[in-house]
Design a protein around this ligand. Structure first.
Ligand SMILES: [Zn+2]
Length: 274
């Protein structure tokens, strides 16, 4: 599942390649992705317009259209955008296709079919967007904020970082990496954390996510920026996918455990409960 750095990387790529180019045709091959609009309306509202700007709120991609409508996309598990030059490529799972005036095609591909598309005139009209929590790269995501959200919680810190109602965009990969970076044990509960711990979690969250952004995200499963490029952050992973390998800090073997049925990777020595 793409996390914040991957979604931002996709947005940077799309902004560079498709903005201000007229969309001459739209083909919806599978209408299950369209959540608040039927396929005819979707095609008609987008056709003959262009994308002005693309940005994200949490993990939602917002496409500002020249007619002032907004197309809102969530990639969920496996959603991807490809840009085909000149010719549409024969690819399995291309479900929504935007033909551009410069003969390129923007293709939405989704092998798991969990992605969503909405078209709205105001983002406030979309309840999914309204409930998105603060962005970890926002300056308002600081000690006071995180402390107020977690210091009474009996849930473990790994799960708290994944809770999209507290902070948006941190997923399973980055939660493990963040906790390793600040040497916090993933089993510690919110209420067990000291002031210094919470300050360090905020600092490490920003550090790790920015580093991942600089490296265009992480390619572990199928995430790719385009069909030929992939993210580079996997080279920087210190615990994720390193089960039974030596910790870069202390040579202890990295452990993999399950928390809320999702894998957590950590070093039981560096991230020992003090
Ligand atoms: Zn270690």
């Amino acid at each position: 599942m793409p996390e914040l750095p991957e979604v931002q990387t996709i947005i940077n790529f799309l902004n560079k390649n498709i903005n201000n180019i007229e969309i001459t045709n739209v083909f919806v091959k599978n209408k299950k992705f369209l959540k608040n609009i039927n396929e005819n309306d979707f095609e008609n509202k987008i056709k003959n317009n262009h994308f002005k700007n693309i940005y994200r709120i949490g993990k939602y991609l917002i496409f500002d259209l020249s007619n002032n409508l907004k197309m809102v996309v969530h990639l969920r598990m496996e959603g991807k955008f490809f840009i085909d030059e000149n010719n549409l490529e024969k690819r399995k799972h291309d479900y929504i296709i935007f033909e551009l005036k410069n003969k390129k095609f923007l293709c939405y591909n989704d092998s798991r079919q969990f992605g969503t598309f909405h078209v709205v005139d105001e983002l406030d009209n979309l309840k999914e967007i309204k409930k998105i929590a603060i962005d970890p790269l926002d300056e308002k995501f600081d000690f006071d904020f995180l402390n107020s959200k977690i210091n009474k919680s009996k849930k473990n810190i790994k799960s708290l970082l994944l809770e999209q109602t507290i902070v948006s965009g941190i997923g399973n990969i980055y939660a493990s990496e963040i906790l390793f970076d600040c040497k916090i044990n993933p089993f510690l509960r919110g209420c067990d954390l000291k002031i210094g711990d919470i300050k360090n979690i905020v600092k490490s969250s920003k550090k790790i996510l920015n580093l991942a952004l600089e490296n265009h995200g992480t390619t572990i499963h199928s995430y790719k920026i385009t069909k030929d490029e992939q993210g580079n952050f996997q080279k920087f992973l210190k615990v994720v996918s390193r089960e039974n390998k030596k910790c870069f800090n202390c040579n202890n073997l990295i452990k993999r455990i399950k928390q809320q049925s999702r894998s957590t990777f950590y070093c039981s020595n560096c991230q020992n409960v003090k």
